[in-house]
Design a protein around this ligand. Structure first.
Ligand SMILES: NC(=O)C1=CN([C@@H]2O[C@H](COP(=O)(O)OP(=O)(O)OC[C@H]3O[C@@H](n4cnc5c(N)ncnc54)[C@H](OP(=O)(O)O)[C@@H]3O)[C@@H](O)[C@H]2O)C=CC1
Ligand SMILES: N[C@@H](CC=O)C(=O)O
Length: 409
């Protein structure tokens, strides 16, 4: 009998519990029964389902004494308690499977080292891309593939909210409430909206793709809460779609990139990744580009990843990737959309003159102007600006379509 300790019984934890107790194939695959012996939660007052046969407790000591656990599933948010719990079990040689990307990004290096020393497993498949099996694909079937760049839509909540706002004209607050009810959001939605969640995930992906844990300072973080409606509208008029993108690549010895709202041309496959769906692109010398698309959040998909992570460990042990160098990556985008309010226009014209950047198209909106700049400018710009990904020349066709439908723009 495989004895499971479950830490957290919210959206993800309850999904793990149900998956363990409602599927017969797990027992067949593992060759023995599997059972959740105890569940550790936080809130003593909370009403719980009465049918749970496991011991549900808020007391750590009691949780520790219930069984000799064969595996711990950790599905709580935050760092402090989760770190304490995870380290405790890893130090005892018990494998820990987590969905907690914040903990993995901030403390994964240390926890992996403990796991390695104790010859056990720290599994974090569910921490990136919800139901997408990206982590174990990188460790397993891509273990000898050199990777030059990783990028994608890494947060289900913001992608859901942006899709609802742009495709269905809904307000941010309304779409966010919906995402929360569906179990997609973090307990503090700022983690999603301000880009933290994607930022943790791109740091975890960087560790897998390039063999190092970048610290937070190495990668930029911008969320969607600073986005202005008119910037999105201007982008749409050019035929671009707004997405929150996370990306990282190697530049010399450093890992660079970050998380920021960006505009995608119609030529980009990620343009069509909508709602809670995530899309992760892996580029490398041998593979050109691989695209992983699937549910980025939610109970069933995330719980499934945690269960699969445990099975992966059972089958393959603790696999490692090799990190051979791959070709140098240039800036993945060449153009930018710069948004200038009417009062900033003169200053912006002066800036264009001084820097010699080439403005290849403009659009005038009620609140300001959008300028497509042909060059990518390094460093701080005095105006809100967004990278544009893909074939910018296609926008002419989109503009023509817009004009035919809605009048000249
Ligand atoms: N929701 C999703 O779609 C996804 C979430 N994740 C990650 O999974 C983790 C869990 O998320 P989710 O299930 O949505 O969160 P929830 O808020 O739904 O559930 C959190 C659970 O953890 C328990 N808990 C919180 N703090 C402690 C503590 N100190 N000690 C013991 N138990 C504690 C809570 O207890 P109580 O019930 O008493 O409140 C609750 O049962 C997070 O790290 C999140 O980032 C990853 C991928 C997808
Ligand atoms: N809040 C996260 C949950 C999954 O990681 C998201 O929306 O992607």
């Amino acid at each position: 009998m495989i004895q499971v300790g479950l830490i957290g019984y919210g959206t993800v934890g309850s999904g793990v519990y149900e998956r363990i107790h409602q599927s017969e194939e797990l027992e067949l695959l593992l060759g023995e029964p599997i059972e959740v012996k105890a569940i550790l939660v936080k809130d003593r007052q909370k009403q719980r389902a009465t049918h749970i046969p496991a011991i549900v407790t808020t007391k750590w000591e009691q949780f520790c004494e219930v069984a000799h656990y064969d595996v711990i599933f950790e599905a709580i948010g935050g760092i402090e308690s989760a770190f304490f719990y995870s380290k405790h079990w890893l130090q005892k040689g018990v494998p820990v499977i987590t969905a907690n990307k914040k903990l993995v990004a901030e403390k994964g290096k240390e926890l992996e080292e403990v796991a390695c020393k104790q010859q056990t497993y720290y599994g974090y498949e569910a921490s990136v891309g919800g139901g997408i099996p990206i982590i174990n694909a990188l460790k397993g079937t891509l273990s000898a593939t050199s990777i030059s760049r990783v990028s994608g839509i890494l947060n289900g909540t913001t992608n859901y909210v942006l899709t609802e706002m742009t495709e269905h004209n809904r307000f941010l607050a309304e779409a966010l409430t919906d995402a929360r009810e569906k179990g997609y959001t973090e307990s503090n939605p700022s983690e999603d909206l301000d880009g933290y969640d994607s930022w943790y995930k791109i740091r975890i992906l960087s560790r897998l793709c390039f063999g190092e844990w970048p610290n937070g300072l190495q990668l930029i973080r911008k969320g969607i809460s600073e986005l202005e409606d008119w910037h999105v509208e201007v982008g749409e008029k050019f035929g671009f779609t707004i997405k929150l993108i996370g990306e990282a690549w190697k530049q010399g010895d450093s890992i660079v990139g970050g998380v920021y709202p960006a505009f995608l041309c119609q030529s980009e496959q990620l343009t069509y990744v909508n709602g809670v769906t995530n899309g992760i692109s892996i580029e490398g010398d041998q593979i050109d580009q691989l695209l992983f698309i699937g549910p980025g959040a939610g109970k069933d998909a995330t719980a499934n990843s945690m269960i699969e992570d445990f099975l992966f460990h059972n089958r393959f042990g603790s696999w490692q990737r090799s990190y051979s160098s791959s070709s140098l990556v240039e800036h993945p985008y060449t153009h930018m959309l710069v948004c200038v309010t009417h009062t900033q226009r003169e200053k912006a014209l002066q800036w264009v003159k001084e820097t010699g950047v080439e403005v290849i198209d403009t659009y005038t909106h009620h609140d300001g102007e959008g300028w497509i700049i042909a060059n990518w400018i390094k460093g701080n710009l005095p105006f809100p600006h967004y990278p544009i990904y893909g074939d910018v020349s296609l926008r002419k066709r989109v503009k023509a379509l817009y004009s035919a439908q809605f009048g000249t723009i």
